[in-house]
Design a protein around this ligand. Structure first.
Ligand code: SF4
Ligand code: SF4
Length: 323
């Protein structure tokens, strides 16, 4: 099938850089927590306009036949494990793609184990201290890791939590659990974050995370008009099936229900002043050289139809979280 103007189908013998595509799948549109630093609280709808399991599975099959195995970061405005038929979706999509799922880990590991393929599904179990204790989360993480599931954790540098963050961080690391500290986005006591984080707090955030992925946020770097491969090497898929370049660049370019969907074929200028997306910011063209040099973004993969590689893109959803 011919690609529409401005789009193209990547050849299956493309270079490794071209083959490795990342999708931020914002599947969740509901949550059972209500964290004070969460920008989505109050936005949830009782019946999200989400696709059926068959529609999602059909989309991911088509994506695989066009672009090969993808690295999928599952997140969204809430908790993905509350998605209808998620068990079935997970089992099917992980046959062809690798997934790194951001979750609050409020669910019981034993119930989900049959859907969690070791080496194909990894978890980013965010720690939300107002709703789950450090010990409970740690025990769940250790139980999953003991069964071969890669799990890492993260915390938000919310000002009222800052005094305890180092203790929590050390507690995870003592048990070999990778922990990231993410900047807080929002207002607290009249100050606007993440810009208001002190230099010491910024160092704390860097200590726990990938400074490259969050540097645009914590150092307030302007991205407007910089060329970015969002939409080409990475894209966002929303719960209603719409495809967008990234969470900031609200430029829809298709829908998962459309069998003729294609990704963009070239970088485009960033349309916003500041990029706040740690997952897609590495798509900025200015990061290409680094990405190719340190192989943090790519790795040779087999042609479509072959076994997908282990997760390699070490971003906020998948970094260094091997069991
Ligand atoms: S668990 Fe995540 S999505 Fe749910 S309220 Fe907390 S920050 Fe928001
Ligand atoms: S720089 Fe960030 S906001 Fe801009 S297009 Fe790329 S991913 Fe989107």
């Amino acid at each position: 099938m011919a690609a529409p103007a401005g789009f193209r189908v990547l050849p299956m013998n493309a270079t490794k850089f071209e083959e490795q595509i990342f999708c931020l799948w914002n599947l969740a549109d509901r949550c059972n927590f209500g964290c004070p630093y969460c920008g989505y609280v109050g936005e949830w709808v009782p019946e999200p306009a989400e696709l059926s399991a068959a529609e999602w599975i059909g989309f991911w099959d088509r994506a695989h036949s066009l672009y090969g195995p993808m690295n999928i970061g599952v997140a969204g405005k809430g908790e993905p494990f509350l998605t209808k038929d998620f068990f079935e979706i997970l089992r099917s999509v992980s046959e062809k793609h690798t997934l790194s799922i951001t979750t609050n880990l409020s669910w019981e590991p034993d119930e989900w184990l049959p859907a969690l393929r070791p080496g194909r599904v990894r978890l980013h179990a965010s720690f939300h201290p107002y709703f789950i204790s450090h010990d409970t989360l740690l025990q769940k993480i250790l139980s999953l890791k003991a069964r071969g599931i890669g799990v890492m954790t993260s915390m938000v540098a919310y000002p009222p939590l800052l005094n305890d963050i180092r203790t929590y961080y050390d507690g995870f690391r003592r048990h070999g659990v990778l922990c990231w500290i993410r900047p807080f986005h929002g207002k607290y006591q009249g100050k606007q974050y993440p810009a208001a984080h002190s230099p010491e707090e910024k160092e704390l955030i860097r200590m726990g995370g990938d400074d490259k992925a969050v540097r645009y946020q914590i150092w307030d770097i302007r991205t407007k008009d910089k060329m970015c491969r969002a939409g080409q090497k990475g894209f966002v898929l929303a719960a209603d099936g719409s495809l967008r370049r990234c969470p900031n660049a609200n430029e829809p370019f298709g829908n998962a229900k459309d069998p003729t969907f294609r990704l963009l074929d070239a970088p485009r200028p960033c349309p916003v002043d500041r990029c706040t997306c740690a997952a897609l910011a590495p798509c900025l063209v200015e990061n290409d050289a680094q990405r190719l040099r340190d192989d943090r973004y790519v790795r040779p993969v087999g042609a479509a139809g072959k076994k997908a590689p282990a997760l390699v893109r070490r971003d906020c959803h998948s970094r260094e979280n091997a069991p």
